[in-house]
Design a protein around this ligand. Structure first.
Ligand code: NAP
Length: 245
């Protein structure tokens, strides 16, 4: 596929694996990051050396509109207009509900919800003009069923699902599809702070009995970006090992 794709939060984890998948399939990939400059720059330059003009690392805090607008300028100059947007960047936090501060709440919604809103709004105009495009938002199984000690994360990821369904309805007439992937437990740095007992307990509750890998999510995102899913919009695809049915 010969398309320009932006993956937010592509310096590591699910975003990195998704960027690699799209690149291997022939796309031009913009790898957004906020802090992990070295990881993002190294991957982008490696890919760009192998296929010149195919990869760009671009720094932006997705919760800041000016930085998102500047990111659009940089991507369009280097790779052309974005045709597929993957709103992947996110943060998580485990805390008792009574310990969640106003700052914790605001930061969670700024990155996981406002970041998705800003990127979607800023990158939409060329898609509307061309009457073509795909937006894929990364939610979580906790956005579907909620998790104890992750009320703000669950609420934010639930908002991602509602956002997806509403925007899919609004953009359907413009031939733009908006879908969502709601992963289960995936082996990334995001879960680095979880104690081994908590991981074991989650695996035990998962019918397939394993922790998912970033590649499992990259494949789901790829499906929703590919022509194989052209009649699908407003849906939640849930690669979670059967944990949430
Ligand atoms: P991760 O390894 O922690 O990576 C998070 C990525 O998001 C990093 O590339 C990080 O970039 C980026 N990021 C964070 N805040 C940002 C900001 N303000 N602006 C731009 N980029 C920002 O996480 P992951 O596990 O790959 O998660 C990816 C997505 O999947 C998230 O939305 C997460 O909620 C969702 N998810 C994960 C799991 C799981 O079990 N891992 C399960 C369900 C859903 P820097 O390092 O440069 O800051």
């Amino acid at each position: 596929m010969n398309k320009t794709v932006l993956i937010t939060g592509a310096s590591r984890g699910i975003g990195r694996e998704t960027a690699l998948k799209f690149w291997r399939e022939g796309c031009r990939v913009a790898l957004n990051y906020r802090n992990s400059r070295q990881q993002a720059e190294e991957l982008a330059s490696e890919l760009d050396c192998l296929r010149p003009g195919s990869a760009l690392a671009v720094c932006a805090d997705i919760s800041d509109k000016k930085q998102v607008e500047e990111m659009r300028r940089q991507i369009e100059t280097a790779l052309g207009e974005v045709e597929i947007l993957v709103n992947n960047a996110g943060i998580a936090q485990q805390k008792l509900f009574t310990d969640i501060t106003e700052e914790d709440w605001d930061r969670m919604f700024a990155v996981d919800v406002k970041g998705m809103f800003l990127c979607s709004q800023v990158f939409l105009p060329p898609m509307i003009r061309k009457q073509s495009g795909k937006i894929i938002n990364i939610s979580s199984m906790w956005g579907q069923v909620g998790a104890s000690c992750e009320v703000h994360y669950s609420a934010a990821k639930g908002a991602v699902i509602a956002f997806t369904k509403a925007l899919a309805q609004e953009l359907g007439p413009s031939r733009i599809q908006v879908n969502c992937v709601a992963p289960g437990l995936i082996a990334t740095e995001m879960n680095g702070a979880l104690p081994p007992e908590a991981i074991e307990a989650l695996v035990e509750e998962t019918p397939l009995g394993v922790v998912g890998q970033p590649a499992d999510i990259a494949e789901a995102v790829w499906f929703l970006a590919s022509p194989a899913s052209d009649f699908i919009t407003g849906q939640v695809l849930a690669p979670n090992g059967g944990m949430v049915l």
